[in-house]
Design a protein around this ligand. Structure first.
Ligand SMILES: [Zn+2]
Length: 461
């Protein structure tokens, strides 16, 4: 049995599913208005690891993750760049999936787009309106949270304390500062849909409640996202479902932030590193390893130093892979679990079933690698070498389950080296020999022997 922390119950509880062998999960996806940063990468990796572990545990996982393709920030960027919102959204959606592929994040089963569900959102708002839970004011339709039973239950707050902590609202016509937008009337020139309430667009909180219920049905198993979505986003999704007497998610999972000097990494704080920046200098697996080595609910501080340490750790795993790979049938590794040391698998499962204790799972992997290397060092016959290989197989298998694919990288150039080579070739073509020499020295310092060939710079160790 997998035990997972449930945000609504504020404790670790057994993860029960609607159907015995199936998990329906809805994970809030990106608003596509800019390149993804490490915070996005972390939540995508965290839920990828959860999904992979659920699949390993025998569940068929229906994974829905939305694309918010209409929103104030998308409109703002479209205006700045004199483009259509759809152009901005599809460009950054493509970028998102490109980066996710580099991170080895499995593609969700369904990727609904907000703009494809506008009619259903209008329908839901209409129902709330007819029940007198929603009301209209000058700039749109709002949900009156005082009419929702136990508003605040997900984030464990009560309405009174929420109200007293609320900022002074810009709109004096709202009945309570906590009431939130269901439908926003459009300003001139903005993308707009017609509705019984006038031209406009739905609010973000309505998008996710509609798409999750439509694609996964009432009482779906798991709803997740990053911690900052608990309030108000997820609370407000839940409020709409409650108001309509619909059973919503059974289990809520939230992962921690990436922090920079202790502060949350975000676009609005302008303290972010894009995934592109990280991936141009580091192996994508180093990032996954850092995510695995911290618990998903803890903050994760990523620095140059921690990334460097992770690079070295990944290299250590790869080097063990190189040592043993020829004695392992890689094609049957996953299908032939009987061949994997059961004691290690048990330890792995115990860690993971305890609220996804991936730091423990990874330390187990490194312990196994140390042991298999030590055994191989003193192996003086085939039998002893087989014991060492069997040990290592367990580590390789666990890494595979967690989406960390080990490989023989002895012939691969790292990204930094490739960049330097490209820069040097460009310098030579433009006859900037001073820069070309400088880069040659830089490559030598990294341990490469540099050769000039007719097709450009070649390096080897
Ligand atoms: Zn959402």
């Amino acid at each position: 049995m997998i035990n997972l922390f449930d945000t609504a119950q504020n404790k670790i509880v057994p993860f029960e599913t609607r159907k015995p062998n199936e998990v329906s999960m809805y994970i809030c996806g990106p608003t596509v208005y800019g390149p993804p940063h490490l915070g996005h990468g972390r939540f995508a990796l965290s839920f990828d690891i959860l999904r992979r572990y659920l699949e390993y545990s025998g569940f068929k996982v229906i994974h829905v993750s939305n694309i918010t393709d209409i929103d104030d920030k998308i409109i703002q960027r479209a205006n700045q760049e004199n483009k259509l919102t759809s152009e901005i959204a599809s460009f950054f959606e493509a970028k998102w999936f490109e980066d996710m592929e580099k991170l080895n994040v499995l593609r969700p089963t369904f990727n609904p787009h907000a703009t494809e569900y506008i009619d259903s959102m209008i329908d839901l708002i209409n129902q709330l309106f007819n029940l007198d839970i929603a009301y209209a004011i000058d700039d749109g339709i709002y949900l009156e949270v005082a009419k929702v039973k136990n508003y605040g239950s997900l984030s464990n707050q009560d309405l009174e304390s929420l109200k007293s902590g609320a900022r002074v609202d810009v709109n004096p016509y709202k009945r309570s500062p906590m009431d939130f937008t269901l439908w926003k009337h459009s300003k001139p020139g903005e993308p707009a849909w017609s509705s019984p309430f006038g031209m406009g667009r739905p609010g973000w909180h309505t998008e996710c409640v509609v798409m999750s219920l439509q694609l996964l049905g009432e009482g779906f198993d798991l709803h997740g996202g990053a911690q900052d979505l608990i309030f108000p986003h997820h609370e407000n999704e839940l409020a709409q479902a409650k108001a309509l007497s619909k059973r919503f998610a059974n289990h809520w999972v939230h992962c921690g932030w990436v922090t920079v000097a202790g502060e949350k990494m975000s676009k609005s704080l302008d303290n972010y590193t894009t995934l592109d920046e990280l991936l141009s200098a580091h192996d994508a697996r180093s990032f996954r390893l850092l995510v695995l080595q911290s618990h998903y609910r803890s903050p994760l501080e990523i620095t140059k130093e921690t990334l460097k340490t992770a690079d070295v750790a990944v290299a250590r795993l790869d080097s063990a892979f190189r040592r043993f790979k020829d004695s392992i049938d890689l094609d049957t590794l996953e299908s032939d679990m009987g061949n994997i040391r059961q004691d290690y698998l048990k330890e792995f499962q115990t860690a993971m079933n305890n609220d996804l204790d991936t730091p423990r799972a990874m330390s187990l992997v490194f312990e196994i690698v140390t042991r298999s290397n030590a055994l191989a060092d003193i192996a003086n016959d085939v039998h002893k070498m087989k014991l060492a290989t069997d040990e290592f197989k367990a580590a390789l298998f666990i890494c595979k389950v967690l989406g960390l694919d080990l490989k023989d990288t002895s012939n691969d150039l790292d990204q930094n080296t490739m960049n330097l080579i490209a820069k040097r070739d460009a310098a030579r073509i433009s006859k900037d020999f001073k820069l070309a020499d400088q880069i040659r020295d830089e490559l030598s310092e990294l341990g490469w022997v540099v050769e000039d060939t007719s097709s450009g710079t070649r390096v080897h160790k």
